[in-house]
Design a protein around this ligand. Structure first.
Ligand code: AMP
Ligand code: GLY
Length: 425
């Protein structure tokens, strides 16, 4: 079959790597893709906001399945439009993608269906929001309702910080995303990510991971899209995973069905493991980036079969096999990220990193210039390794990073520290 993958990040390189390895995949197209995805299929210069152009491409190229990577096209209804035009597309509908697109929507669903999450209130004006935080006190969490590219959450340790966040959001600092604000209780615990593959009625676990959101070592510095990850997240024990499926994922699917917007696609739950058990921090309606770069190297089953089963509503007929090995990925980013950074510096010796056993380098913001690879974004490479333990994967991945010659880039030197130190103790 012919498959079209939408996106251009490290997540999409990992997806292209898995999709193209499937015996079911005859031809893979990636729109717009990157130099990494081009190793596994044909990059096509489609504007992903132009749904009519994507539909026309699918018709002209006999595309049998469209896999949507990022959230923006999901929230814009790409899956709805493809399905209406008669194409099979993996991912939630525009309405179902509200689980990521609207924090207020998700919190209301949690309240109605008894899903454990931080207590919250919704506000549409700053005065009531400020009166509320003065009553509840800090620490407290202020969130813009809509998509804000990772900038929509302020964990305020003081009332002043919370008030400043409210002023910034209602003052238009995040555009339309901040027209409504959710204020919620501060949760204490360790964060972990849980993934479920869903077909509207059935969900099956799709692995666990832990991300590193801050830019610098020791979890310091500004928030980023993610500086590295590992899978599995051993802190999510089999018992806890069973609890997450029962207390969080299953009622979410039931709630979405009850609302007439059954959820199909990957459901990515950001969890806080509190002393009272797992609580939902947020949902994403897609695969994580860089989490996918550590989930897929561990998947032994065929990804295309799994995606088709989700699209066709027959997930209850399949089961997935996973490698016992651990995977760890280190993000190499342009110096300055997540602030201003330069594009165009040359990256050398990626092949030397990949020559190491059990190492894969996934491209994110790169650009091909003849035979040269140039940096073309903030997060640029995902240097990924497998190992028997997270510590082994970690040392292999850092060895691979050391082979790459890119003075204009940087990475954290402590990806996996939490788990590696637990393994040693
Ligand atoms: P998000 O951008 O929604 O992923 O949130 C960013 C980060 O804010 C999360 O990864 C958590 O570290 C933190 N966060 C969000 N909600 C809460 C909460 N209720 N309590 C504590 N931390 C939170
Ligand atoms: N790594 C966080 C995300 O994909 O949202």
């Amino acid at each position: 079959m012919n498959i079209l993958l939408i996106g251009s990040g490290g997540r999409e390189h990992a997806l292209a790597w898995s999709l193209s390895a499937s015996p079911l995949c005859d031809k893979l197209f990636i729109a717009p893709g990157n130099p990494g995805t081009a190793q596994h299929g044909e990059n096509v210069a489609l504007d992903v906001t132009d749904h009519a152009a994507i539909i026309a491409f699918c018709g002209a190229n006999a595309v049998d399945l469209v896999m949507v990577g990022p959230e923006a096209p999901l929230v814009a209804g790409l899956v709805d439009d493809l399905k209406a035009a008669g194409f099979k597309a993996f991912g939630p509908s525009r309405f179902a993608a509200q689980l990521e697109g609207s924090k207020a929507f998700t919190k209301d669903l949690c309240a109605e269906f008894g899903i454990p999450t931080a207590a919250y209130r919704r506000f549409t004006d700053p005065l009531n929001a400020k009166a509320y935080i003065r009553d509840t006190g800090a620490p407290i969490v202020v969130k813009a309702d809509g998509l804000a590219a990772g900038k929509g959450v302020v964990v305020a340790m003081s009332l002043e910080e919370a008030e400043a966040a409210i002023d910034m959001m209602f003052g238009g600092g995040l555009g339309e995303a901040g027209a409504e604000v959710v204020i919620e209780a501060f949760l204490e615990g360790e964060e972990a990510s849980f993934f479920a593959l869903c077909d509207g009625a059935t969900a099956i676990p799709f692995g666990t991971a832990q991300d590193h959101k801050r830019a610098f070592d020791g979890d310091k510095g500004p928030n980023t899209g993610g500086m590295g990850a590992y899978s599995p997240a051993p802190i999510l024990t089999a018992d806890l995973q069973e609890r997450v499926m029962r207390e969080i994922i299953a009622p979410t699917l039931k709630g979405m069905e009850a609302r007439g917007m059954p959820y199909t696609g990957i459901l990515y739950a950001g969890l806080m493991l509190t002393k009272d058990g797992p609580q939902l921090i947020e949902y994403n309606a897609r695969f994580g980036d860089p989490e996918t770069q550590v989930l897929l190297p561990r998947l032994k089953s065929d990804l295309v079969t799994a995606l088709l089963a989700a699209c066709d509503g027959v997930l209850n007929t399949i089961s997935l096999r996973w490698s016992e090995e651990a995977a760890l990925t280190i993000v190499m980013a342009a110096k300055g990220y997540p602030g201003a950074f330069e594009k165009g510096s040359e990256i050398r010796d990626i092949d030397q990193a990949e020559a190491l056993e059990n190492v894969i380098v996934f491209h994110a913001g790169t650009k091909q210039d003849g035979t040269r690879i140039l940096a073309n974004g903030g997060r640029v490479l995902n240097v990924t390794a497998l190992g028997h333990t997270i510590a082994e994967a970690q040392s292999r991945a850092y060895e691979a990073v050391s082979k790459i010659d890119w003075p204009e880039g940087f990475c954290r030197s402590d990806i996996g520290w939490r788990e590696a130190s637990r393994e040693w103790s």
